[in-house]
Design a protein around this ligand. Structure first.
Ligand code: AMP
Length: 474
């Protein structure tokens, strides 16, 4: 977040950001634009389509929110009933809520309206919020389509579309929803597309949405956040909880985000912490929206010292003062490691990331080191196992995730189950339910890399998607 040392520093004012927004930025303590903001703002201001290769933590939200707010402010008009002028799509509820908060914060002196809609919350309240029309609508794709089919929102007046964390959207099986949304948006619009990675599937998706886009890129995905001090502790799986308690007993751990691979794992770890006298909570997709919001708020306000989270539930968590990220389980997709540890180096701060590595996770550690092109230093503790020698062969866990270091091994090797889960989501939505929490949450693989879907009984049968006709409102 630190600006490049330079005698001529570009400010938000230099970038043409209007006075009421500058006032809000000043109140937030933003003085210097981040690299993605420096690059993206002039392009968006020109009205061009944009592909932004940037991760959470780079300031990408403001990179699209500021020029959008500027444009809506300078060209004021009413969106129209059940309509929106800007549509922002995000993969998770937490990220959607956070984007909504950012728009409200940066635009607080503008009097523009922002509404956020996602699954797991009341449809009725969301309908009411959209009824008179909104300037900015932030939505998860499944819930947005539910509203479109119930005619509580129309998309034919959308002037600006933002797709945030496009790679996570694909990971979470939103591809069909996105394609469907693409068909009902007006062709004449500006589109801003953000993704941390750019595999072929994302390029294809981008081609479908964008028109001659300009491309900007910051911090390539394989660069581990430089300010994060990393360490790995080799430990037996059965000793991990004791090790966690020992680490957290240290008062220098001010605020810790602990990652577990599964929802049950997260719950187990949090419960044991609590019974060990620690101030801890858990956040994952089996929790209600209210519980998730409360857990996150408590963590943000410093009331909860330790938050145990699954990968997906933690996406978009934007808490500035996380002193430690602890990987209770190592992620089986190496990019997730980079993403997780980046949580502890927000807004210019440094941080510490400690990973527990059981013998059957050593292959994951190798994948991470290959991606980041650096060895994670080994930390010795009383509970440590002997660290493997550099030439020692690691045993690959069974399952697709362990066999490949490609960015999306699950998709590559298990297309059928993935497909079935999406179909289930569609069928579920058709029956008038909120999109399946599991789909929104995506905690798809257990520690051994097996698909969680297949463990929960037979995969749901594919049913043809038959939503109500889309289009003009009543
Ligand atoms: P994002 O990548 O959008 O999630 O932003 C990461 C964090 O950086 C958030 O906490 C923002 O509030 C903060 N941030 C964004 N832009 C700036 C800036 N120009 N100066 C300082 N902090 C910023």
């Amino acid at each position: 977040m630190r600006a490049a040392e330079s005698s001529i520093v570009t400010t938000f004012q230099d970038l043409g950001v209007s006075a009421p927004i500058l006032k809000a930025l000043e109140a937030e303590g933003y003085t210097i634009p981040t690299p993605i903001q420096l690059q993206a703002l002039p392009i968006v201001q020109k009205g061009r389509d944009l592909i932004g290769l940037a991760q959470t933590g780079t300031g990408k939200t403001a990179a699209f929110a500021l020029p959008i707010l500027d444009r809506l402010h300078k060209d004021r008009k009413h969106a129209g009933e059940k309509s929106c002028r800007t549509l922002v799509l995000a993969p998770t509820r937490e990220l959607a809520a956070q984007i909504g908060d950012s728009f409200r914060t940066y635009g607080r002196f503008l009097g523009l309206s922002t509404t956020v809609v996602f699954g797991g919350a009341s449809m009725h309240k969301q309908k009411q919020a959209m009824f008179r029309g909104v300037d900015i609508l932030v939505a998860t794709p499944g819930r947005l389509l539910d509203h479109v089919s119930q005619r509580s929102i129309r998309l034919d007046k959308v002037e600006i579309l933002v797709l945030d964390e496009a790679d996570h959207m694909l990971d979470m099986g939103f591809i069909h929803d996105l394609r469907r949304i693409a068909t009902i948006l007006p062709r004449q619009r500006q589109t801003l597309f953000f993704s941390a990675t750019m595999p072929a599937a994302i390029e294809e998706l981008a081609a479908q949405f964008l028109d001659s886009p300009e491309k900007v890129s910051v911090a390539p995905q394989s660069t581990t956040a430089e300010r994060v001090q990393q360490a790995v502790i080799h430990v037996d799986q059965s000793k991990k909880q004791d090790l966690l308690h020992a680490l957290l007993a240290d008062k220098s751990v001010k605020r810790a985000l602990v990652f577990a691979r599964t929802k049950h794992g997260a719950d187990r770890v949090a419960k044991k912490l609590e019974s060990g006298g620690f101030n801890a909570d858990a956040i994952h997709g089996n929790k209600s929206q209210g519980q998730r919001t409360r857990a996150l708020d408590g963590f943000k306000k410093g009331q909860t010292r330790i938050l145990v989270a699954t990968e997906v539930a933690a996406r978009g968590i934007d808490v500035d003062d996380i002193s430690h990220v602890i990987n209770y389980d190592l992620p089986n997709v190496p990019e997730q490691y980079v993403h997780r540890i980046g949580r502890t180096a927000r807004a210019g701060a440094g941080g510490i990331a400690i990973s527990f590595c059981a013998p059957d996770e050593r292959a994951y550690l190798k994948d991470i080191e290959r991606l980041t092109k650096q060895a994670v230093p080994v930390m010795e503790t009383d509970m440590s196992l002997r660290a493997p020698r550099a030439d020692e062969r690691v045993q690959r866990p069974k399952g697709p995730a362990g066999r490949s270091s490609s960015p999306h091994p699950a998709r590559k090797h298990a297309p059928k189950k993935h497909h079935a889960s999406e179909a289930h989501g569609a069928a579920h939505a058709k029956q008038g339910h909120a999109p399946s929490r599991a789909r929104d949450e995506g905690d798809r693989r257990d520690r051994k890399g097996n698909s969680v879907w297949s463990n929960n009984g037979p995969a749901p049968k594919y049913r043809k998607q038959t939503r109500k006709p889309l289009g003009a409102p009543r």
